[in-house]
Design a protein around this ligand. Structure first.
Ligand code: C2E
Ligand code: MG
Ligand code: MG
Ligand code: MG
Length: 291
């Protein structure tokens, strides 16, 4: 009957809500324990020059090796970490870990020019952020020039004054700033000359539009042209095909990142790749993520 259907639908709905709620709680408690239990890891994705020969950087990407659920990606837990106020602690850990790793690569003589670190929208609001970064640099004796911070347009536009203040201070320490996922956010292009920006990272969605059919290339074409005229370094993310690579190289895109070149790799594997790249032997087999 109609009544039963309704009741059935209702109880099904509450059961689902309850399980979502308790999953959420589990995840939150798990997040709280993850830092002390050393469950976080960084995977590093190399960025290559337009010829695909030289490693011009690595991007640090956070992973959570969950004891029951396996490897979790930022999309699975960063929104929750932001919501429950844990993101600051996680960012501090990411900064300390990546700066220490970069220093180890510098000491080993295999460091790429730069390490890119992603910041969350909430990080820039924290007044302690600049101190956390500069103290990590000091602690590990790494020059700021080795670090690039990736932030999104939305983050800048939300509070342009705070963004200007923090980013200018960071730039004074030699740290460079990249605009991540460029072209997808709320874009008020006026910030581009107001802020010390070094790099534009073209969002994967535009790179995916580079297909044999030749449609949909005009937006990415315009972004690259703008990047050149502002004298910014242009990095394309999510490069998956030779066609995309060749087209981007022909447009004088400076850096490329994507599965065509390498997936994000655990520390040991990316260290091997960097060693091999230094000795000009990029033909190594490495253990990569598969998803
Ligand atoms: P993002 O900074 O735009 O990073 C690029 C994402 O694209 C990464 O996903 C990377 O694994 C993936 N990717 C790289 N090459 C390819 C490709 O050729 N094809 C496809 N389909 N994907 C590719 P991931 O690691 O899941 O990270 C997602 C987002 O999470 C990042 O986007 C970044 O915004 C955020 N994130 C990552 N690490 C951190 C962190 O330490 N802190 C904060 N606050 N956010 C982070
Ligand atoms: Mg990024
Ligand atoms: Mg990106
Ligand atoms: Mg992106």
């Amino acid at each position: 009957s109609v009544k039963n259907d309704t009741r059935g639908g209702y109880s099904f709905y509450t059961a689902r809500m309850e399980s979502t709620f308790s999953q959420h709680l589990d995840l939150e408690m798990g997040l709280r324990r993850a830092l002390t239990n050393h469950e976080f890891a960084i995977h590093y994705q190399p960025q290559f020059d337009a010829q695909g020969q030289t490693v011009c950087g690595v991007e640090a990407l956070l992973r959570w090796q969950h004891p029951e659920r396996g490897l979790l990606y930022p999309g699975d837990f960063i929104p929750l970490a932001e919501e429950v106020g844990l993101i600051g602690h996680m960012t501090e850990w990411v900064i300390d870990t990546t700066v220490r790793q970069m220093k180890a690569w510098v000491d080993a003589g295999i460091a790429p020019p730069r390490m890119a670190i992603n910041l969350s929208a909430l990080d820039l609001k924290r007044s302690s952020l600049v101190g956390e970064i500069t103290q990590a640099l000091e602690r590990h004796q790494l020059p700021g020039e080795r670090i690039e911070l990736e932030i999104t347009e939305n983050l800048i536009v939300q509070d342009i004054n705070i963004a200007t203040q923090r980013l200018t201070e960071l730039a004074r320490h030699g740290i460079s700033i990249a605009i991540d996922d460029f072209g997808t956010g709320y874009s008020s292009l006026s910030y581009l000359h107001q802020l010390p920006i070094h790099t534009l990272k073209i969002d994967r969605s535009f790179v995916q539009d580079i297909v044999p059919e030749r449609t949909g290339r005009s937006v990415i074409d315009a972004i690259i042209a703008m990047g050149h005229s502002l004298e910014l370094t242009i990095v394309a993310e999510g490069v998956e095909t030779e066609l995309q690579k060749d087209w981007l190289a022909q447009k004088r895109c400076h850096g490329m990142q994507g599965y065509l070149f390498s997936r994000p790799l655990p520390t040991e594997a990316v260290t091997h790749l960097l060693e091999a790249a230094i000795s000009r032997n990029v033909d190594v087999t490495v253990q990569a993520e598969s998803r």
